[in-house]
Design a protein around this ligand. Structure first.
Ligand code: AMP
Ligand code: MG
Length: 343
């Protein structure tokens, strides 16, 4: 397949590009586009056959459902049985990085929801994403635009690497503002279950509804026989091609561990705090800010970089889990397959 690759400035959108992209969606094609979280690989959410195309292009198991993207909260009525809490949440956080799971209507094919009777709905804020959804006139089903299992794409170059020849069009709208996928919650009338942490954090959710439960699978490996509340929890995620280990202990001991690893092999991959840059350095050492928002911005690009590096393994600090930090920690834990070294 010949993939059209087009640059588009979100502040000065060339409507001809949106027109072309919407036409591709209308014909059952696949368009990768920027969102504020990560890039998405989009298709018409009302067509059963195109969802299959998405799974195939990503190499994603077809029982791992897709998020459908709409332009405004009321558009969910066509696809799901909404409730008051849905509107409270969308009033507070949409458009933005929040996905709400609701009972689905028949307008959403089973292929999109991986056979589940619920559907995940998000209203993105990215201007290109919004223009495309509005012009397409249907909900756009879109998972992250990466090969399944790899770190999610936060720049068009990542999408091109994974999906060139597999998508009809890739829109390059620059780097993602947030860099981690949306917060995913399942809601009923009076409670919220957090399934995937994101930029809308637990405190923010509690400000809307006090009854918030955080799924244990966010920071722990599923136990044998334990049912996944969200299919995505079962699969390997976000990982570079080399092993990642998280290093737990007093900060000074963790820094010493990194130094020793680098002494043995200067090419070791290390993710450490920027404060240690005078003592921990090397070809494959990358630095994290203390701010979780800044960590989120760079994490996936860093993990992806390791694929083309000389490192054969990566050791990382364990970031604080406050606020957006929970999302950063969740992605790192999953990238590491929950492997932790205690020092
Ligand atoms: P991605 O497409 O990479 O952003 O991932 C979407 C995430 O939302 C995956 O972890 C899915 O398993 C999860 N998800 C989507 N739809 C549902 C649903 N109906 N119920 C539970 N989890 C869902
Ligand atoms: Mg994904």
């Amino acid at each position: 397949m010949n993939t059209i690759i087009t640059k588009l400035d979100p502040e000065n959108i060339d409507t001809a590009v949106i027109e072309k992209a919407a036409e591709i969606i209308g014909m059952g094609g696949l368009v990768a586009f920027p969102t504020e979280t990560v890039y998405g690989l989009g298709a018409d959410a009302e067509r059963a056959d195109v969802a299959e195309k998405i799974y195939k292009a990503k190499g994603r198991p077809s029982d791992n459902p897709l998020i459908i993207h709409i332009a405004k909260a009321e558009d969910a009525e066509k696809y799901a049985y909404t409730n008051e809490l849905y509107y409270k949440l969308t009033n507070a956080f949409s458009p933005g990085p929040l996905t709400v799971i609701l009972p689905k209507k028949d307008t959403v094919p089973d292929t999109v929801t991986g056979g589940l009777d619920t559907v995940a709905i998000r209203i993105p804020s990215n201007k290109i994403a919004r223009a495309l959804i509005e012009r397409a006139g249907v909900a756009i089903a879109a998972p992250s635009a990466n090969t399944s299992g790899k770190p999610s794409p936060t720049e068009a170059s990542h999408v091109i690497e994974d999906l060139s020849g597999k998508a009809d069009m890739i829109i390059d709208g620059g780097a993602s503002e947030i860099g981690l996928e949306s917060t995913v919650v399942k809601v009923d009338e009076s409670s919220i279950l957090l399934l995937r942490p994101g930029a809308v954090d637990v405190e923010m959710l509690r400000a809307v509804c006090e009854n918030v439960t955080v799924s244990s699978a966010i920071l722990e490996k599923l136990k044998a026989g334990q049912k996944a509340e969200s299919p995505g929890m079962m699969y390997k995620h976000y990982a570079p091609d080399i092993p990642v280990y998280l290093v737990e202990g007093d900060e000074s001991k963790v820094v010493e561990f990194f130094r020793q690893k680098l002494e043995n092999n200067p090419k070791t991959g290390i993710l450490c705090y920027i404060d240690s840059r005078d003592t921990v350095f090397g070809e494959n050492v990358k630095y994290l800010d203390r701010s979780p928002i800044k960590q989120a911005n760079v994490l996936f690009a860093y993990l992806r970089d390791y694929n083309s590096s000389t490192a054969s393994e990566v050791y990382s600090v364990i970031p604080d889990s406050d606020g957006v930090g929970l999302a950063v920690l969740n992605r790192l834990m999953r990238a590491a397959g929950f492997q932790i070294i205690k020092v």
